[in-house]
Design a protein around this ligand. Structure first.
Ligand SMILES: [Zn+2]
Ligand SMILES: [Zn+2]
Length: 114
């Protein structure tokens, strides 16, 4: 086994972002709004649903609608990417409950029976 020169090993300085205290903290923590249903077909989506998709504005859709009704699987409201919504662990749900406010909107291409 070869030995590394000691100056290589010593070169690791921290690149952590230095955030000044209070600079980025305003008010309360913003928590992802876990909507209880698909905005398109009104299907129930549990907080830990594996088929819930969300855009950066928290528009929420089921994987089925994204695949069959939404053009190119993008959010019909903002045109943004839809990604799988991270599941919130039960312990965190108790502390930060999911939203119960159902949101549905008419989008082009949805609301029609397939
Ligand atoms: Zn849906
Ligand atoms: Zn959106």
């Amino acid at each position: 086994m070869g030995m590394l020169p000691s100056n290589v090993l010593a070169s690791g300085h921290s690149k952590c972002l230095q955030v000044p205290p209070g600079a980025s903290k305003r008010g309360t923590t913003v928590i992802l709004k876990l909507k209880p249903n698909c905005e398109c077909c009104d299907k129930d989506l549990a907080p830990d649903a594996a088929d819930a998709l969300i855009c950066s504005f928290e528009c929420t859709f089921c994987a089925d609608c994204a695949a069959t009704r939404l053009p190119s699987g993008r959010c019909p409201n903002c045109g943004g990417e839809l990604v799988r919504r991270p599941a919130r662990p039960a312990a965190m749900l108790a502390k930060y409950p999911a939203s119960t406010e159902r949101v549905t909107k008419p989008h082009p291409g949805c609301g029609k029976a397939a």
